[in-house]
Design a protein around this ligand. Structure first.
Ligand SMILES: Cc1ncc(COP(=O)(O)O)c(C=O)c1O
Length: 405
């Protein structure tokens, strides 16, 4: 089959593939525990459901403007004012089919073939593939000090004449690390001085723990005029547990939003109006679900860390936010894909191999499921990996026997 050169370089999304694997196993009645998930399990806010249902009830579901319906833009403007203390205009906002599309379209709007976009490693799985889709090059930056917290020097070292943009995702998927205010201030300053686009992927910015406050990149920007190259990305997927609604957005200068809207207009004509209505419902409705989710996740994080700390040989860094823990499993093997496959085969626990995020030997474990899944999932992993485990393990009334060393 003849396919394009770019298409040949694009790999399947490993996290979406895992979701499918979990669904197939569950359908077969297998007692699988999904510690690879990237979505909270809480219910969608009622305000979102009612808003979408009301629109469906009109029986008139039509095309919507490519950059988002006015009501959603208004809600996003309000969100930006409330959470970033920044007043923007409708022309500064574009709603997309998830934060994923907002980032993709932003990259398509700014990157030429061969140009480079820099992001700290470990990184969200889609950044390298998105760069490739633009014919551009993703450049991961591994913090030199071996932590999950990059320093501005790490970024500086990778910037060259082809660098066009930097992506910062804090708190970070997969590590849960929330970068310091000082680092964010330095990156904003650095990108302004070097005339680089800065994409702030803030999709997890409200899901943070231990009394941390979200960091507002605009506070450190010297230039917030229409020349600013700051692009702030957000969405409803994570904070409102609305992953299936596929609504995210970008806030940026008007010219860039116009260009992004042109691109999106030819791709998808913008997101479905029904789902935009749902997003308006979530953003304008009762907000308690976000705090409830945050508190639940903080508790889940504590339970996961406690269990992982008693796991012989595993090294963990306590996540500051998100719902992911990125643990070092290298004592059990150098190839994270093999460990991940072993765990699903032997004890039906799904994890995401660290190599997918640009870091071998690590595994991403999600704590967005139930406490039961977290505790039982880690117990099963321990049993499978630790050579000192007892010979047998029961999953329900199924007896597993350890026939490996
Ligand atoms: C860091 C990061 N950015 C963006 C996204 C995309 O989110 P959305 O569901 O809004 O497309 C995800 C989803 O996993 C993510 O982890």
């Amino acid at each position: 089959m003849s396919i394009s050169q770019i298409a040949r370089t694009i790999s399947a999304s490993p996290t979406l593939a895992l979701n499918e694997k979990a669904a197939i196993l569950r359908e077969k009645g297998e007692p699988v525990i999904h510690l690879g998930a990237g979505e909270p399990k809480s219910k969608v806010p009622m305000d979102a459901i009612l808003a979408a249902a009301a629109h469906l009830n009109t029986g008139e579901i039509r095309y919507a403007p490519a950059d988002g319906i006015p009501a959603l833009k208004k809600a996003i403007i309000h969100y930006t004012e409330e959470h970033y203390n920044r007043l923007v205009e409708p022309e500064n906002v574009m709603a997309s089919g998830g934060a994923k599309q907002a980032i993709m379209v932003a990259l398509q709007a700014i990157l030429n073939p061969q140009e480079e976009v820099i992001y700290p490693a470990p990184y969200w799985v889609s950044y390298p593939e998105m760069a490739k889709l633009c014919g551009a090059i993703g450049v991961p930056v591994l913090p030199e000090d071996g932590t999950f917290y990059p320093r501005i020097q790490d970024i500086e070292q990778k910037v060259g004449s082809y660098t066009k943009a930097v992506i910062i995702n804090s708190p970070n998927n997969p590590t849960g690390a929330m970068y310091s205010e000082e680092f964010i201030a330095n990156v904003v300053d650095f990108c302004e001085k070097r005339d680089l686009y800065l994409i702030m992927d803030d999709i997890y910015h409200r899901l943070i723990f231990d009394n941390r406050r979200p960091i507002n990149c605009y506070e450190y920007a010297k230039d917030i005029s229409e020349n600013s190259k700051l692009i702030v990305i957000n969405g409803i997927s994570k904070q409102y547990a609305m992953t299936g609604f596929r609504i995210g957005w970008a806030v940026a200068n008007k010219k860039l939003i116009e260009v992004m809207t042109n691109i999106q207009g030819h791709q998808t004509s913008g997101p479905s109006v029904v789902l935009q209505k749902a997003a308006v419902g979530a953003l304008n409705g009762i907000q308690s679900s976000v705090e409830n989710l945050r508190v639940t996740l903080e508790n889940n994080r504590n339970v996961m860390i406690e269990h992982l700390n008693s796991f012989e040989g595993i090294k963990v860094t306590k996540p500051d936010g998100t719902f992911y823990c990125f643990a070092d499993f290298s004592v059990y093997g150098k190839e994270s894909t093999k460990i991940s496959e072993f765990l699903i085969d032997k004890v039906l626990v799904l994890t995401v191999p660290g190599v997918e995020f640009g870091m071998e030997g690590y595994m991403r474990l999600s704590f967005c499921g139930s406490i039961k899944d977290i505790t039982e999932g880690i117990e099963r992993m321990k049993w499978a990996l630790d050579p000192n485990s007892p010979n047998e393990l029961y999953i329900g009334d199924r007896k597993l026997v350890r026939d490996w060393t």
